[in-house]
Design a protein around this ligand. Sequence first.
Ligand code: GP0
Length: 811
Amino acid sequence: MDEVGLTVPPDAGAVSAAELRERVGQHLVFSIGRGATAARLADWRLALSYAIRDRIVVPWFQTAERINAADRKRVYYLSMEFLIGRLLDDAVANLGLESAAREAMAGLGVDYDALVRDEPDAALGNGGLGRLAACFLDSMSAVGVAGLGYGIRYDHGLFRQSFEAGWQAEEAEDWLAQPHPWEFERPEASFPIGFGGSVGPGAGDAGAWHPAETVIAVAYDTPVPGWQGRWVNTLRLWSAKPTREFELQAFNRGDFLGAATPAVLAETISRVLYPDDSTPQGRELRLKQEYFFTAASIRDILQRFERRHGDLAALPDKVAIQLNDTHPAIAGPELIRLLVDERGLAFDAAFDIARGCLHYTNHTLLPEALERWPAELLGRVLPCHLEIVERIDARHARESAAAGRPSDDGTAILGDGEVRMGTLAFVAARRVNGVSALHTRLMQETVFGGLHALHPERIVNQTNGVTPRRWLHGCNPPLRALLQEAIGDGWVADLDRLEALVPLADDAAFRERFAAAKRANKVRLAPWLAEQAGIELAPETLLDVQIKRFHEYKRQLLNLLETVALWNAMRQAPEVDWTPRVKVFGGKAAPGYRMAKLIIKLINDVARTVNDDPAVRGRLQVAFPPNYNVSMAERLIPAADLSEQISTAGLEASGTGNMKLALNGALTVGTLDGANVEIRDRVGEENIFIFGLTAEEVARRRAEGYAPAACIAASPRLAEAVEQIASGRFSPDEPERFRAIVEDLRGHDRFLVCADFEAYWQRQRAIDAAWRDRAAWTRSAVLNVARCGWFSSDRAIRGYAKEIWNAETEF
Ligand code: GP0
């Protein structure tokens, strides 16, 4: 910095509104190339973003210098998905520049909030898994871990959802249509990545891989500022480029299309995010994506290590690599390949080094979600890696036999012509973790039982968390202001301090102000909800939200059946003083997931019927705003009164939306699944509405041969709702439309919707009653906020740093 004569700006937060305003003006003219009179909203947004980014760059350099000077152990978080959302407001808040930014823009005649909303969401993820990675990035900077996130810079993130006559339609998302102001392209940080070809013999343990095709991985770096800008890590995303832009020979022959083909094929690799959540499609392109970003990252990691260290045996002391699910599980074979084939180590030494660095997070036990690649496909795309996988498997078999385990205990990596990526990730990892206490226990007892017996120290728990910067400070200004007055702002970096609210739950004046903050959020939401879903939200109405991906195990259908039954009950007893509710659904279905898409259509059909019915006007409304994403979550969560977390017990690994909603004062109606169990343990049984079968009971019911018909017969309410759906009450234009849903409910009901229906209904009526005692409700809501500090991702990251990575935290 000094060498180029640049004066280092003072503290990130120390910039005045006047100075910031001047910087915005300069960027508008000199970076965007536009004058103030011609500037559109997007131009102003870009100008402000560049001006804010300028404040991050020097602390970013300083962080790197600190890490290098102390030779700190580095933590690499490899993830196929980073669902980061908008960055402007988040950066502004982290730097403490809210009032300066507002004032600067007001001085320029531009509305700051409109600017913030103009930013497209970076939707490089599907749901919980990708959003967790984004929260972890934020927290690694907040607590000062020397962390770096690696992923893919998809040209197109998760599709945009719209409804056509109530059916989900998908459109390509285009977040890079405008310049993305937060990243720096690093053309010099690039690696050739090979695919296919053959393997010849090498020296010693080595093989010599001759790939048939090669693409270039080019890095794009986004700085990730932590709270108060005191630590700035990096998110490095790889983009695929052709080795040669263009086949000039072909072009000169007049073959214009042929000239462009290699480039198009190469760039296909980082073209689009696969929209399947929890259900891998096993496509060749997906395997190439996984290898592409993993191989580039591992090479980058090794290169950075080798620039400062000589002895590869020291790698585990200086490098911790976290694999977010099995998508980057090829990291093990790739690291071993580099050590053996390109550095000359023996296989066993290389394996031990790899296993000293690698750690694997499992996010689900659903059998259909566990990644498996046909060995034939892997051998075709990555022939060298398949050979290494075989050697890893053989070594694992030897370890297994030495420990006296039977050879057929189901823990082989290769079997039935497939490579089991969960097993591969487990075998090559030092630690393997689940994402909630229940999930981790089920890992040990079920899917990973055999491996757990062999390596009883390997599986540990790290319950998920959410960043309080985005999910309380950023999204909930009314509550933030109240907290500031009541307990200061220490909670933003130390969320346990929310506990100071506990005594205030019994203070009527405080409760009033807390309720007023919730009301303010609902008032803020109402015009948007009216515009998006055509419904009217009165602030006294109970706002009930279920926002998450559509999957049968998450049971949006259970919520919908209860909605239909409630509608019936209201119509049958209009004289009753029903508790008014607005039910909000939000979420996307994988484009190929037919049942989930049919459930979306059913919700929209029921919504139309209910919302048009004068008999329930002002009592029951159903809203399904399209295109649920991070920004929509930021609107809905602060306004919600009731959080629906109703998955079949044993199937939701953790959930993180459950934490965000509770932290913003929504009460949970939920099963004893995932982190709901830990939320209950903290907020107390009396401040949460638990219902339904436990994981053990679910397993028992299934073992006994569960038959949903008996549950339907035993519940007239449920029977009536199912019959209405079956007979076309909500689809008079096509009475058979929902036949697949009805047949499944009556005949199979894999996710035990019918078994839990009555318990859920009863709990919902208890909720209706509880809502009427607003003081008691608000008291519970305050206690939810007060006791959810533990669900900060700062706590989770400190746990990973201490118990998994063996890495330091600065703050
Ligand atoms: C789990 F296996 N999750 C998967 C997957 O492919 N995608 C995904 O988003 C989710 C879990 O369903 C979760 O329970 C969990 O909290 C999250 O990963 C992060 O661990 C729902 O949010």
